[in-house]
Each structure stands twice: as C-alpha cells, then as structure tokens.
Design a protein around this ligand. Sequence first.
Ligand code: ASP
Length: 428
Amino acid sequence: MQQATVSARPSGRWSQMALWKKILIGMILGVIAGITLGPDAEVLKPIGTLFINAIKMLIVPLVFCSLVVGVTSMQDTRKMGRIGIKSVVLYLGTTAVAISIGLGLATLLTPGLGLDMAITEAAPAAKEAPTLVQTLLNLIPKNPISALAAGNILQIIVFALGLGIALTLCGEKAEPAIRVFESLAEGMYKLTELVMKLAPYGVFGLMAWVSGKYGLEILMPLIKVIAVAYIGCLLHVVVFYSGLISIVGRLSPVRYLKGLINPAAVAFTTTSSSGTLPATIKASREELGVSKGISSFVLPLGATINMDGTALYQGVCALFIAQAFGIDLAFSDYLLIIMTSTLASIGTAGVPGAGLIMLSLVLTTVGLPMEGLAIVAGIDRILDMARTSVNVCGDLMVSVLVAKSENELDESIYNAEATVSEKEAELA
Ligand code: ASP
C-alpha cells in the first residue's frame, strides 16, 4: 500500500532521497545535458551561479558564529588544563600535517593539470606575494567590522578565536552572549542545510556548463581527485598516525590500526564524526584501553575541532581547482591555505558535507574561483567518506597518546590478543 503511494508520486521519492544521492544524480544529468547541448549548455549556468552565490552568502556569518561557539565549547579545556592543552596542540598540529600531505600529493600528482578551465568570474587580482611578516601582521584586523564586511577570512577567524577565548574567560557574565552565538550558529547551520538543498540543481547547472564546454575530459580529473584524496588519507593514518603511536607513544601501531576498524567503518558509512562518537568512545575504551576520564573529554572535543581528513581534502581540492583554472599559487598562498584550513577546522561541524562549505572559505582566502567548488561537489560524498574516517582515526590516536602520557592507558587492554569485538563475535 505504502509502496503504491510512493511510486505514484515520484516527487515524493525525490524529496525523501538522501542529499548526496540527489547531488550525484544532478551531476550525472548535468554531464549528460552538457554533452548533448554542447557550448549551448551555458544557458544552464545561472542555476549554478545561484547556488554559488548562496554559499558565498553563508561564509562570513557561518565561520564567525561557529568559530566563536567552537572555542566556547572548549570551556572544559580550561578546567582540564594540561590534558586540554595537550589535546588541542596535538589536534591542530596533526591537522596542519594533514593539509600539507594533501597539498604535497596534489602538487606531485597534479589531478587538475591540462583541464584549462577559464575563469568567468572576476579574476583574482594578480597578487604580488606578500612577505611572511606582512601576512602575519595582516592576521590582526585593525577593525573587525570592516574585516567582516570585506570578508577577510583570516582576520575574521582571528577575531572570532579571540572573542571566543575572551567570552570563555569571562565565565558567568558572558553566558548570555555565548548563548546568543550558540543560537546564531544553530540558525546558520539550518540556513546551510537549506542552501545545500539547492546543491543538486546547482551542481546540475555547473556540470552541464563545464561538460558542455570541455566534453567528457572533465571526468578523468575528478577520478584523479578521488584517487589523490584516498591515497593521502591512507598515508596519513597508516604512516603518520601509526608513526606517532609507535615513536611518541611507544605502542604497537598494529593494535591501534586494529582498534580503529569499527569506528572508521561507521564514519565511512555515516560521514559524520559527531554521529560516530559513541562508536569512537567505545573503541577507545574497550579496544585501546583509554580511561573513561580521558576518552569522555578528548573524543567529544576531537569530534568538534579535529578534522584532519577534511583539511587534507581541502588541500587536494584547492590545488586541483588552482591547476584546473591555471592559477599559479605562490608559496605564501600555500601557507595561507595551511593556516586557514587548520584554524577553520575548529569551526567545522562533524556532520556530512560540512567540509565542502569550509572549502569555499579556503578558496576565498587565496582567491580561487568558486566554480571549482561546484565541480568537486558532485563527488563530495565519496570524498566525505574517506575524510570523516580519517577525522575519527585522528581523534582516537590523540586519545591514546594523551592517555599514555597521563598514565591512563590500560596497556593490558591495548595489547590484548583478541579485541573486545573479536571476543564478542566468538561468543555470538
Ligand atoms: N563529514 C565530516 C565529519 O563529520 C566533516 C566534513 O564534511 O568534512 O567529520
């Protein structure tokens, strides 16, 4: 009966379909429309431009509110003192490494080379590379309101972090202001959700335009982007995290890799590190022997501020877009990307697709065209699966290292021959 109703109303089926499936359909239909119409498909481009403008509209308020809230949610960090500082340093440090791996691999494997896409929006002004000192001095907005109005992302990030820290230090007196930011951030997340409903249509319009202009040549580079991002994610977990576990933690990396399988699988399928949190906490306690105290503090913090996979993906995509549009990035641009992406990870929500919005921020900071965003949006789900798994593996790695340094790691559990889930499987 239910079935009959649903099949009688195809639009009902469309509205119930998961967003990523709709985006994928939008992308496929866009490619078909583009190939069929050829250069005439440009008439469909305004649909894409509408979507891009809507995303641009979100950037400043979203980043500002979510960063302030990201910092104030670390209130406990102050209480937890040493553990908090250790975790935040590890989280941000590993994020900077992740994005460097992404940038390095994309430079080496050049997924966007030869695409020769033309920039149709105002070309980023030919920039003289600012010196490092200039870049650092420019981080502090002399006037935060004009930074907000001009959309100077790095300055906005710095101001938001400062305000967040100050509000946290004020304690009770700042609670009303914190609640205002929390509520504004919720509103911005909702608005993001609404704007993302336009994504399938926007992706359709832009893919039609791009493939009408460049033909099927566009598909191969997208497959390359996926390959580069997956290689980077694997390297980051298997080489970098395992390396830290064995060198810094003096623990078996194999046991770490075995322990992360369950939460990584949940993250891969749900693409939400917040949604995976229960599985991450269970694994860190039962498979890796992290104490309750450490895991219940370090892991929720990680699900909020630690996004190594997302940062790595942003590095790959930013360079892909620069290569596709033939834009040369200066060394200072690379530093800007690392800085923006690392700081922005604090404000990235652990929900599906959040990294895509944050990519728009990285692109804006270095003046890369936003059209590139809609092109990678078509494959975002596939990339999100890998990056969310890495986000979660990073949280687990930090929980193990912090627990070990605080003598709160039960090594008899960590080194147990059979993991708890293996024992459970045997009993079943
Ligand atoms: N889906 C990711 C997460 O939940 C965030 C992102 O979109 O990069 O960790």
